[in-house]
Write a protein that binds this ligand. Structure first.
Ligand SMILES: [Fe+2]
Length: 234
C-alpha cells in the first residue's frame, strides 16, 4: 500500500531502499515521487473479460508434452479487498522457478537443471467469491548475489489487480517453516512481523488430494491495514 504522499506505508510495505537488499540502492527513487492527479486514479478500475485467459493457463504442470519434475501442489486462495469482501473477475498471475531452483530465463545461468516441461508462468481470473486456483510444482531455493552464500527461500511471484489501479499488487508468496525465511533480506525488508506473515502460505488439508498433490492456501488482500505487503519496491 502506498500512502497519499507517495511513500510506502512502512507498517506494511518495505522501504524503497532496503539496506540489506543491496540492489534496492540502485533502484530506489532519489527524488520525491510525482503524484498522479487523483481524477485519473478515481476512474474505473481494470476490467478483464474472460477472453484470452484459458482454464489451462492455471495448470502449470500441463503446458508441455510431459509433466514437470517436482512436488505437485494445489495453490489456491481468495483475492479480498480492505473490508474482506471478495474481488471477482480480476486477473491473478504467478511465476516461479522450477523444482531445482532455476528460472526458464536466459538471465538465470546458475548450475541447476532446466526442466523442459516447465515454463513457470500461469494466470487465471478470480471467481465470484474471489477464489483463484493453480496447479503447479513447488519451486526450489536458488542462490543470488546479494551477499556471500545468499539463497532465496522458495517463493511464488504474484501479480494481482484489485478494483482500482491503485490496488495493483506485486508480491511474493512463501512456504511455511522454510528455514531461509529468517535470513532472507527481501522477506525481512517488510519490517512488521505480522505483515511478513501475511506473505507466507499455509499448508491445507482441504485442498490436498490423495495420491496427487499437496494443498497450500494464500489469500491476497489489496488495501487496508491487513493488506498483503508489496515486494521490495524499485
Ligand atoms: Fe524469484
Amino acid at each position: 500500500m502506498t500512502s497519499v504522499a507517495g511513500s510506502p506505508d512502512l507498517t506494511i510495505d518495505p522501504p524503497y531502499d532496503a539496506t540489506e537488499y543491496r540492489s534496492t540502492a540502485l533502484r530506489a527513487p532519489a527524488q520525491p515521487l510525482v503524484l498522479i492527479p487523483s481524477r485519473l486514479l478515481d476512474s474505473a478500475g481494470p476490467v478483464f473479460g474472460d477472453r484470452g485467459v484459458r482454464p489451462s493457463d492455471a495448470d502449470l504442470t500441463r503446458q508441455h508434452e510431459g509433466e514437470p519434475i517436482g512436488e505437485r501442489i494445489n495453490l489456491s486462495g481468495r483475492l479480498l479487498d480492505d473490508s474482506g469482501r471478495p474481488v471477482a473477475g480480476q486477473l491473478v498471475e504467478i511465476w516461479h522457478c522450477n523444482a531445482a531452483g532455476r528460472y526458464a530465463h536466459p538471465v538465470d545461468q546458475h548450475p541447476a537443471p532446466i526442466d523442459p516441461n516447465f515454463s513457470g508462468a500461469g494466470r487465471c481470473l478470480t471467481a465470484a467469491d474471489g477464489t483463484y486456483r493453480f496447479v503447479t510444482i513447488k519451486p526450489g531455493a536458488y542462490p543470488w548475489g546479494n551477499h556471500p552464500n545468499a539463497w532465496r527461500p522458495a517463493h511464488v511471484h504474484f501479480s494481482v489487480f484489485g478494483r482500482a489501479f491503485t490496488e495493483r499488487l506485486v508480491t511474493q508468496m512463501y512456504f511455511p517453516a522454510d528455514p531461509l525465511l529468517a535470513v532472507d533480506p527481501i522477506f525481512n525488508s517488510v519490517r512488521d512481523k505480522h505483515a511478513r506473515q501475511r506473505m507466507v502460505s499455509t499448508f491445507d488439508w482441504v485442498t490436498t488430494e490423495e495420491q496427487w498433490a499437496l494443498g497450500y492456501r494464500f489469500d491476497v488482500v489489496v488495501g487496508g491495514h491487513l493488506a498483503t505487503p508489496h515486494e521490495a519496491q524499485s
